[in-house]
Design a protein around this ligand. Structure first.
Ligand code: AMP
Length: 419
């Protein structure tokens, strides 16, 4: 059935205040945390030539099955971005900035997914990418940034799962062993997993189906296939996380949905959420991607965190509340409204949030509006205040009462009350 034009399309929604304010604050906190580590903001386009995403690998679900792909009016094949690493690495290849190139981004992605709670067709992510060094300390820095960000939001029940997929050769040998293992007993697999086995054997490990569990449990494990080089790199990442006191669980079956990861991969899960939507972020190393985008071979590591899911986790832990009000000060003017024009402007210029009533309503109606606004204080200007060059300041939330102050002292008075 066609979606009604009076509703947001399936898998999308409007984010209204106060959720939108909380949303923006989350991005601000993120910018603050990663900005403190020298990551600079990058704003890639929301659509790219489809080939940019194809470089992520045809076995990557978001590319193979979920892309919003279309021909534009000029006949170009383009796609709305299903994720942002590809765009950032394409930008790296295009601009060739000096390395290390450490950047962060925030914005929507588009995936034609089955919409459900915490799973949307348009969803936002914040993330970082760091290109240049293949130093395991950089992997640890990237992981630590996500961890510190969650801490800043107040989240306490986050688990970090960590794995290494090895160097390309290690990964290839592992995929071969997995294919042999699953193929030997393919009849015991679910139909879905038999299909996955032909396209992306690693992803069979992700199958949630009970009939696959036994074979998955018996499957070869990635750590047994790591070369010395990859094992040393992984040990370096773990040692740095240990030194930082960031707890993690090594999860040999963590393969993640994006095909391009090598060596370090990681995922954050929120214990307070149901298993179906508990993945709140993830990332890893993608040392071959820059080359695939036409840049000189350049290692890279990064992560993307789901904004919607992170906020759901905050809800579940009752942290990072939405703001209680949109304004601090509400101006009530019973002299016709001209005073409110001036006073709101003055209060706003002083950096305080202020609103007012409209349409020259009665004092009672204006006080009701003041209350509804959620403001902490009302500034009331009647004829007496106007002629005396004063304003009455009334506490709307506590028991500080009201007082009349000279207009010249108003801002100072409000500042003290709102501290
Ligand atoms: P990915 O880019 O697939 O590695 O996903 C990184 C994070 O983005 C996940 O852990 C989720 O928190 C979030 N995410 C991915 N897909 C969706 C979606 N369709 N709706 C909401 N959040 C998503």
């Amino acid at each position: 059935m066609a979606d009604s034009i009076y509703r947001a399309p399936k898998g999308t929604r409007d984010i209204l205040w106060p959720d939108s304010a909380r949303w923006r604050r989350l991005v601000e906190v993120f910018a603050d945390v990663v900005g403190a580590a020298g990551y600079t903001h990058v704003v890639p386009p929301m659509f790219e030539h489809v080939d940019v995403f194809r470089r992520l690998g045809d076995a990557t679900d978001v590319v193979a099955k979920e892309m919003y792909e279309f021909l534009d009016k000029g006949g170009r094949s383009v796609a709305l971005r299903p994720e942002q690493t590809a765009s950032v690495v394409r930008a790296f290849a295009e601009h060739r900035p000096v390395v290390p190139w450490k950047v962060w981004y925030a914005g929507p992605n588009f995936r034609y997914e089955r919409a459900q709670k915490g799973r949307f067709r348009q969803f936002d992510q914040v993330g970082v990418e760091a290109l240049g060094p293949d130093d395991p300390h950089l992997d640890a820095e990237v992981i630590a940034l996500a961890w510190r960000f969650y801490e800043r939001l107040g989240l306490r029940q986050v688990t970090l799962l960590l794995n290494s997929l090895g160097n390309p050769d290690d990964r290839a040998r592992y995929v071969e062993a997995l294919t042999a293992h699953f193929s030997a007993d393919a009849d015991a697999l679910s139909a879905e997993s038999r299909k996955t086995l032909t396209t992306n054997p690693l992803r069979v490990l992700d199958s949630p189906r009970t009939e696959d569990a036994e074979l998955i449990d018996a499957a070869p494990q990635m750590p047994d296939f790591l070369s010395d080089d990859a094992a040393t790199h992984f040990a370096g990442v773990r040692a740095a996380l240990d030194a930082l006191g960031i707890p993690y669980t090594v999860s040999p079956r963590l393969v993640r949905g994006l095909d391009y990861y090598l060596r370090t991969t990681f995922e954050f899960t929120a214990e307070a959420l149901d298993a179906a939507q508990d993945a709140i972020g993830g990332g890893g190393r993608y040392d071959r991607l820059a080359e695939a985008m036409g840049a000189p071979p350049t290692p890279g590591v990064g992560f993307a965190l789901g904004v919607d899911r992170t906020l759901l986790a905050c809800d579940a832990e009752a942290v990072f509340d939405a703001p209680a009000s949109a304004v601090d000060v509400f101006v009530v003017d019973t002299c016709g409204g001209d005073e409110a024009v001036l006073v709101t402007d003055e209060v706003r210029r002083a950096g305080l949030r202020a609103d007012r009533a409209w349409d020259d309503r009665s004092m009672k109606a204006q006080m009701k509006a003041a209350d509804r606004s959620g403001a902490t204080v009302a500034v009331i200007i009647g004829e007496d205040e106007r002629s005396g060059g004063n304003a009455t300041v009334r506490d709307l939330r506590g028991d500080a009462g009201q007082e009349t102050v000279a207009r010249t002292d108003l801002i100072e008075n409000l500042r003290t009350r709102l501290q």
